[in-house]
Design a protein around this ligand. Structure first.
Ligand SMILES: *Cc1c(COP(=O)(O)O)cnc(C)c1O
Length: 376
């Protein structure tokens, strides 16, 4: 008999989350999550899911029918886009300018497809001319995949221009919008994006664990014309859609994370209430404020102003400063979390997030005061 462990209930402190995600969560979203659980086929819940779908369509600026929230984090959204569309033997142009582009490549390879990698330096956006050159060199390529907002570096790529060149070579586009959704301008239909995924815990300021995705009619046609079944049963969108739509006779696919979906509904409702364009403006304005303060502290940015993400500020760690010690002191003295560098930037940079509810004056003031204190 294993002895029953006796623990106190877990009581986390209230941290200020200014890293690469999870971000500060709207109080209303936390409250929404604790409302009573109903059955996931309850008519009231189904009505809520219809609203949720409309809200996701608004956030993505799309009328795509196949628009849902996957019951798993952004990484599952990424995998869903790849496994549904890409078949063994397909060729995919993968743009890699940070950690998440590399993960896209790994998804392609695991499917048994071929990845043609277009590399750009960490901290730089995807170079559109390089993408065009790869398309010319590989006319049989069927997809172009790229990360809109590279959270590992803080660089924003020109999604509209990349989609334009992909379309001119008859390719479908697969776009990572985990950090861009709700923080940077993003127009799925207007820009011709075919498959897109995001995450709940970045600029949507919702609880982690959900991934809004959307597939264009062309992507759905590709899915329907597959020669082989989708290798993942759970992520097969043709099965998932039986639960998310299905005209009054929705069928059980998996148990939806009911309360987490309440939270997403609330965070997207708040986004719609503020208005997308206003939200993009707020992130930009808050970034400007933070930028001035960081520069006064002598910190310099990794990414050029022209392609800098407002919601993720990557700055070099000054020489002689102990990275881990600073972050630990911020956490202990100020309950403030900022992000460490990732991959090529590990130990060299900090990533300061201004995402969703976190993109506000009080957070900036606290962050600048805390950094000034700890860096002294
Ligand atoms: C956070 C992130 C992911 C992964 O999302 P998870 O929810 O952590 O699985 C993918 N791409 C980008 C650009 C991200 O920032």
């Amino acid at each position: 008999m294993i002895v029953a462990p006796q623990f106190k209930a877990f009581n986390p402190p209230r941290r200020i989350l200014m890293g690469p995600g999870p971000s500060d969560i709207y109080p209303q979203v936390l409250a929404a999550q604790s409302k009573p659980t109903v059955g996931h086929l309850d008519p009231l819940f189904v009505g809520m899911m219809d609203e949720l779908k409309t809200l996701i369509q608004y956030a993505f600026q799309t009328t795509n029918e196949m628009t849902v929230a996957i019951s798993a984090p952004g990484s599952a959204g990424m995998e869903a886009c790849f496994v549904n569309l890409v078949e063994p033997g397909d060729k995919v142009i993968v743009c890699r300018n940070g950690v998440f582009g590399e993960r896209m490549r790994q998804n392609v390879v695991r499917i048994g497809a071929t990845a043609v990698v277009v590399d750009n330096a960490w901290g730089e956006p995807v170079n559109v001319a390089d993408v065009e050159a790869a398309l010319v060199a590989h006319p049989e390529a069927k997809f172009v995949a790229f990360v809109h907002a590279e959270t590992s570096t803080g660089a924003l790529s020109d999604a509209k221009a990349i989609c334009e060149v992909a379309k001119s070579h008859d390719c479908l586009t697969i776009v990572d919008a985990v950090t861009s959704l709700g923080g940077s301008e993003l127009r799925v239909d207007e820009w011709g994006i075919d498959a897109i995924y995001s995450g709940s815990q970045k600029c949507l300021s919702c609880v982690p664990g959900l991934s809004p995705v959307s597939f264009s009619p062309a992507a759905v046609a590709k899915l329907q014309a597959r020669q082989t079944p989708v290798q993942s049963w759970f992520l097969d969108q043709s099965l998932v859609m039986g639960y998310w739509s299905g005209d009054g006779k929705r069928s059980y696919h998996h148990t939806a994370p009911v309360n987490a979906l309440y939270a997403l509904h609330e965070s997207l409702r708040l986004l719609a209430q503020e208005g997308l364009e206003q939200t993009w403006k707020r992130h930009q304005a808050m970034h400007q404020e933070l930028k001035v303060g960081l520069q006064q502290l002598g910190l310099t940015f990794v990414v050029d102003e022209a392609s800098r993400l407002p919601q993720l500020n990557t700055v070099y760690i000054p020489s002689g400063v102990n990275d881990a010690q600073v972050r630990q002191q911020l956490l202990e003295r100020y309950n403030l979390e900022i992000g460490a560098g990732l991959g090529d930037l590990a130990g060299k940079a900090w990533r300061i997030g201004l995402m969703g509810y976190g993109a506000r004056r009080e957070n900036i003031a606290l962050c600048l005061k805390a950094l000034a204190d700890v860096l002294q």
